[in-house]
Design a protein around this ligand. Structure first.
Ligand code: CMP
Length: 148
């Protein structure tokens, strides 16, 4: 499995620098290496392109509105099981459920609703690679893997 994943700290979280600092400390404490980091602001077209697979779902407009509501952070995280470890650290999609079932996770601590859930993590090797290419086209995944 690949050792890299794509993480997002979404606009609600990114609007609060104190929370952002705490999340970065949490990421480092959990031994992820941050290989790349960008702060971005999306247009509606950017959001619709990234979340194209959700077009037509009842929450699509809400999701794109949320993701264009302010700056957010995109990170490439590296660790032996980066994809599953990062998803375990952020917790379930729905924050109120996370507060019951997974109280130490980031969505439990910071998330608000099932749309405004503050974090994203790639769900599999191929999606991690395509999401990294989407946000970091200049990051050469094959080259990075060859150097490991
Ligand atoms: P993420 O994992 O980044 O990718 C899809 C996003 O859609 C998800 O986080 C949530 O922000 C949003 N989402 C997923 N399911 C729902 C839902 N049932 N209701 C509202 N928003 C959702």
């Amino acid at each position: 499995p690949t050792r890299i994943t794509l993480a997002l700290l979404k606009p609600d979280l990114s609007a609060n620098n104190l929370k952002v600092d705490k999340v970065f400390a949490h990421i480092q404490k959990n031994e992820f290496n941050i290989l790349a980091h960008k702060k971005l602001l999306w247009s509606k077209a950017d959001a619709e392109a990234f979340y194209g697979e959700h077009r037509g779902k009842f929450f699509f407009e809400r999701l794109c509105g949320y993701m264009t509501s302010g700056h957010f952070h995109a990170l490439i995280l590296e660790k032996p099981n980066a994809i599953t470890d990062w998803r375990a650290l952020i917790g379930p999609t729905h924050p109120p459920r996370a507060r019951i079932n997974a109280p130490d996770t980031l969505r439990s601590l910071y998330g608000m609703t099932d749309t405004r859930n503050s974090f994203h993590g790639s769900d599999a090797d191929e999606t991690a690679k395509s999401e990294i290419r989407f946000f970091f086209p200049e990051f050469d995944i094959a080259q990075w893997e060859a150097n490991q």
